[in-house]
Write a protein that binds this ligand. Structure first.
Ligand SMILES: [Zn+2]
Length: 372
């Protein structure tokens, strides 16, 4: 999808013109559900008196039809408080006459391109709430993990008129055709695919239908139900080995994270039935889903008791790999090692890096030595 440039005039007071180096991408929703409150409408709005008076501006707006750019990536916008000096702001339209699923996919595709262009890791794709506490993006906050998954896995945008260019992100991977995740009661195929991060475009559903032996897929309700049954948990066609159900995961639980949330996050079926099975496999008898059983099970599955209050300094080899594009500080935070300058200095010296001053080169050396 082409990005339509409709930049604010340089004379506009809400285009301050200060140069920034974007190291974050901040996601917003317009919170305007009126019919017609699409990207074009917001492109007009941002050029108007109200936006100037309220001192708001951001870089891109996406809807279900297009992506419009209002500010150059390297200029400060006014959308995220303390995040203004380091982030590119993206607004997703939530107009009720728009298709929010498509809007999300357009936004995900845009974010992917910006991540690549500015070397921004997924860990620095953040919400407006991250900076200011505002309840924005209101819808996506409820499905933030799955939106980020969409960002990391999306390979094309539906209804493209041109052939899709190869996915421009190192994070892109082949699209799965089945998933371990069970469909929720009443959930449709498109919502399901979006939730588990599989391309839900008509074209891809056609392809999936074909792979699962559903002929002449035209998207009827019956075909969609069939397809959902085949793709979702445990119902893969006999011609393919059923996806192996994981019973442990190398992903550590987050502090305060419950069992079900954890399982959902690592894509293990979190239904009571499966938890019962997992409990049995992990030697927990008479599983009834009590809080203490859940905690015990979580500890066994995630391979660690959650939230050690203090961790020894990171040592080589025992740590998880750094993600592609992940910086030292983000990495340390992720593995819950103190990322303060003082501790990095200590780590640097433990790893033979002298005169640590936090230069990019030293950080990348240190990251290489610490990460597995
Ligand atoms: Zn916002």
């Amino acid at each position: 999808m082409q990005i339509k440039q409709d930049l604010l005039p340089t004379s506009a007071s809400n285009r301050p013109g200060n140069k920034i180096t974007p190291t974050y991408i901040t996601v917003h929703e317009t919170a305007n559900t009126r019919n017609g409150a699409n990207a074009e409408t917001h492109a007009r709005y941002i050029k108007g008196a109200d936006a100037r008076n309220r001192q708001v501006s951001w870089h891109y707006t996406t809807d279900d039809k297009e992506i419009i750019q209002h500010l150059p990536d390297n200029e400060r916008g006014w959308h995220a408080g303390s995040g203004n000096g380091s982030s590119i702001g993206i607004e997703l339209c939530v107009n009720s006459d728009g298709d929010f699923q498509k809007t999300k996919r357009h936004a995900a595709n845009l974010i992917q391109r910006l991540m690549k262009k500015h070397n921004i890791p997924l860990s620095r794709v953040v919400t407006h709430k991250h900076w200011t506490g505002k309840n924005c993006p209101a819808r996506l906050l409820n499905e933030w993990d799955s939106f980020k998954q969409l960002v990391s896995g999306v390979t094309s945008v539906p209804n493209e008129t041109k052939p899709a260019t190869p996915a421009p992100t190192p994070a892109s991977k082949p699209q799965p055709t089945t998933s371990n995740t069970a469909a929720k009661s009443g959930e449709g195929i498109v919502d399901y695919l979006n939730r588990v991060g599989i391309d839900s475009s008509m074209n891809n559903r056609k392809k999936l239908a074909d792979q699962h032996g559903i002929k002449n897929y035209t998207g009827t309700a019956q075909q969609n139900t069939d397809l959902l049954n085949k793709i979702a948990s445990g119902k893969a066609p006999a011609t393919k080995p059923a996806p192996k159900k994981a019973t442990t995961s190398s992903t550590p639980a987050k502090s305060g994270e419950g069992l079900v949330d954890y399982l959902n996050r690592v894509k293990i079926n979190s239904s009571f039935g499966n938890r019962e099975k997992l409990a049995a496999e992990h030697g927990i008898k008479g599983y009834k889903g009590t809080a203490s059983q859940n905690t015990e099970l979580l500890n066994k599955i995630s391979g660690s008791s959650p939230k050690p209050t203090s961790k020894p300094a990171a040592k080589k080899s025992s740590n998880p790999k750094a993600k592609s594009g992940e910086g030292l500080v983000d990495y340390l935070k992720r593995i819950k090692v103190d990322s303060s300058f003082g501790n990095r200095q200590k780590l640097a010296s433990q790893h033979g890096i002298r005169d640590y001053k936090g230069t990019a080169k030293q950080n990348s050396d240190l990251l290489n030595k610490i990460s597995g």
